[in-house]
Design a protein around this ligand. Structure first.
Ligand SMILES: Nc1ncnc2c1ncn2[C@@H]1O[C@H](COP(=O)(O)OP(=O)(O)OP(=O)(O)O)[C@@H](O)[C@H]1O
Ligand SMILES: O=C(O)C[C@H](Cc1nc2cc(Cl)cc(Cl)c2[nH]1)c1ccc(Cl)cc1
Length: 345
């Protein structure tokens, strides 16, 4: 063994145990296990690099975080949440986490690689999506988010930038650092078509004049539990943030439903429904439900978006109810991730 310990104390590891696949899979990785390539993107606290694992030539997206920066910005809780949440999830439409490890200066998330960029990139390139492409991608997002909710997770920051695309043009939802693990046991009430409206009625838009816009994600811990009026420090990206998150900040499944309504509007209109000249103006538009449909917006899509973008979460449809909306008439929901994705190019 090459470590400093005298041979007598060196760990006795039989050759069979180190070579078995099982121990290979479980073995803690380190940066030397990978050959790093180009920068795929940068986050506020991260750099994402293309990487290939030496032993099996597998490709990954490795998200690197600077330890000092994470500590200084008090983001350690978000890193822990991202790791905990991703480790619970296994779904073809959600980015997989393979390994986590660290070295002297950095933390590393070794993630499933999504080769075709993100949905915002395609909206910008195309201006807007054709109706059947919008329907397909909203359907994939609904299937992925129904899975998330069934695992007791609320994403809280669904937006086109967080919808990545793989080489077959299927989605991979990412960015779980601001997700919420709901306290109640994971329910499948949303998938049960006969369940009462599954969105929690807990959060309501307070009638009092709205408080100034909440700060961007800051240090303190994520929100306590769904429906609590306790103020938490997290708010998603302005444009897709639900009114309840802006008012009493109770994160619940219906906040993700709101974001899906905003994404559907964005795919068809080519811009988000609520967009002010600055973040505060955007928040004002959201809590006043101040949005209009452009001419030519498809009628069934308009009806669906209008039914989702309502201030009272209790009146928002569940994802299961959305699946039955006429907008999806004739849509085949089975194994959507194996179907041929629409060609956006
Ligand atoms: N699994 C992945 N496959 C391919 N590209 C990725 C993957 N994950 C992230 N990226 C790219 O890296 C960029 C940075 O992602 P990252 O999650 O680190 O930060 P972010 O969440 O986008 O930014 P912020 O931290 O400010 O919210 C993304 O915009 C995306 O383009
Ligand atoms: O190896 C593991 O899986 C556990 C560690 C735990 C951990 N070590 C840390 C050190 C620092 Cl400085 C900050 C955070 Cl958030 C830290 N989290 C870890 C390492 C990397 C990542 Cl991305 C997450 C957690």
């Amino acid at each position: 063994a090459d470590d400093a310990r005298p041979a007598a104390l060196a760990p006795v590891v039989s050759s069979s145990s180190t070579s078995s696949l099982a121990s290979q899979a479980a073995r803690k990785r380190c940066p030397e296990d990978f050959e790093f390539g180009r920068v795929l993107g940068e986050g506020s606290y991260s750099t994402v690099l293309y990487a290939r694992e030496h032993v099996n030539n597998r490709e990954y997206a490795v998200k690197m975080l600077d330890k000092r920066h994470i500590i200084k910005e008090k983001k350690t809780k978000y890193v822990a949440i991202e790791k905990d949440v991703l480790n619970k999830l296994a779904h073809p439409l959600i980015v997989k986490l393979y390994y986590t490890f660290q070295d002297l200066h950095s933390l590393y998330f070794v993630l499933e690689l999504a080769k075709d960029g993100d949905m915002l990139g395609y909206i910008r390139k195309l201006g807007s999506f054709q109706l059947d492409a919008a329907r397909f991608y909203i359907a994939e997002i609904i299937v992925a988010v129904m899975y998330l909710h069934s695992m007791g997770i609320v994403h809280r920051d669904l937006k086109p930038e967080n919808i990545l695309l793989d080489e077959n043009m299927h989605i991979k939802i990412t960015d779980f650092g601001t997700a919420k693990i709901l306290d109640e046991p994971p329910s499948n009430s949303d998938t049960d078509p006969f369940a009462a409206g599954s969105t929690s009625a807990s959060a309501s838009v307070s009638s009092s004049s709205p408080s100034p816009p909440p700060p961007a994600p800051s240090s303190s811990s994520p929100s306590q539990d769904a429906g609590s009026s306790k103020r938490n420090s997290f708010v998603g990206t302005a444009e897709y943030c639900s009114p309840e998150l802006l008012n009493d900040r109770a994160a619940s499944k219906s906040s993700d439903v709101w974001a899906i309504g905003c994404i559907l509007y964005h795919l068809l209109a080519g811009r988000p429904p609520f967009k002010g000249v600055n973040e505060y103006q955007t928040f004002q538009k959201i809590i006043k439900l101040d949005y209009t449909f452009p001419d030519g917006f498809p009628p069934t899509a308009r009806d669906l978006v209008s039914s989702i973008l309502v201030l009272d979460t209790a009146n928002r449809p569940s994802l299961a109810e959305i699946q039955k909306h006429p907008f999806f008439d004739g849509f085949d929901w089975t194994d959507i991730h194996t179907q041929q994705a629409p060609d956006l190019r």
